[in-house]
Design a protein around this ligand. Structure first.
Ligand SMILES: C[S@@+](CC[C@H](N)C(=O)[O-])C[C@H]1O[C@@H](n2cnc3c(N)ncnc32)[C@H](O)[C@@H]1O
Length: 233
């Protein structure tokens, strides 16, 4: 992971985002709490930013490994980790290769990060790799609007200034639609700022009998429908 700082280096965005998240609304904090409610055991959080989720992990979580590739955000996250009610270890890394063994976590969390990774399918595959069978992925992501006017403006900003100004963020993505994989359904509307959003959980199924080879398990995972809650406009 030694070259990840070169790949994800957004010093201005990192400072701006830290300021923003320190002044987050009560509603945004409630969404974070709900995203993490009921988790237990070891959790890997992808792209933890400045650690805004850390205080919201329930005490049933024994350890969080928070992966953050941006140097300034990682430093802020380490400060937040020291205040968290549970053990949080902040490490350098990216979605391309998570610093974790296969099936070594009970759950993974992707919160406002799939908009920024270079390849969502690869990021999702990596998250699946590190979660044990029977474990789950929790996600909370802003997505493409269903309103055509807003969707058009999202596509326009994504092709012009937005990703450069906001740390690689793309407003018009939708993990639900990515390469035909079904991550979530549209149901309700916890918005992220002014943007449509999805929040939910997807469980990594237990093998039916015995442990199938990893390839078999991965193919099976990619076909399962969403389990748990999923919310969006
Ligand atoms: C909008 S911030 C969200 C931060 C945090 N998850 C939160 O909920 O506040 C996006 C985060 O994704 C991180 N990120 C960007 N590209 C990444 C990648 N390829 N792998 C992992 N994290 C990445 C950024 O450094 C940043 O911390």
């Amino acid at each position: 992971m030694s070259n990840s700082i070169e790949k994800v280096h957004h010093p201005l965005f990192a400072r701006f985002y830290t300021l923003l998240s320190r002044n987050e609304s009560a509603e945004a904090k409630a969404h974070r709490r709900e995203l993490l409610a009921g988790l237990s055991g070891r959790v890997l959080e992808l792209g933890a930013g400045n650690g805004a989720n850390f205080v919201h992990y329930p005490e049933s979580v024994c350890e969080v490994v928070a992966v953050e590739p941006e140097a300034y955000l990682r430093e802020q996250a380490r400060t937040e980790a020291a205040k968290a009610p549970i053990r949080v270890t902040v490490v350098d890394g990216t979605d391309a290769r998570l610093p974790a063994g296969d099936g070594s976590f009970d759950a993974a969390v992707a919160c406002l990060v799939l908009c920024s990774v270079p390849d969502q399918a690869k990021a999702l595959a990596e998250l699946r790799r590190v979660v044990r069978s029977g474990g789950e992925l929790r996600f909370y992501e802003h997505v493409l609007s269903r309103r055509s006017g807003i969707a058009l403006s999202q596509r326009v900003v994504d092709r012009t200034f937005w990703p450069r100004a906001f740390g690689g963020c793309h407003t018009a993505r939708h993990p639900r639609r990515h390469r035909g994989r079904r991550l979530c359904h549209r149901r309700a509307a916890p918005r992220v700022g002014g943007s449509a959003a999805v929040r939910g959980a997807r469980r990594h199924p237990r093998p039916r009998s015995g442990t199938p080879p990893l390839g078999t398990l991965r193919r099976r995972v990619s076909r399962i429908p969403l389990s748990g809650q999923s919310i969006s406009p």
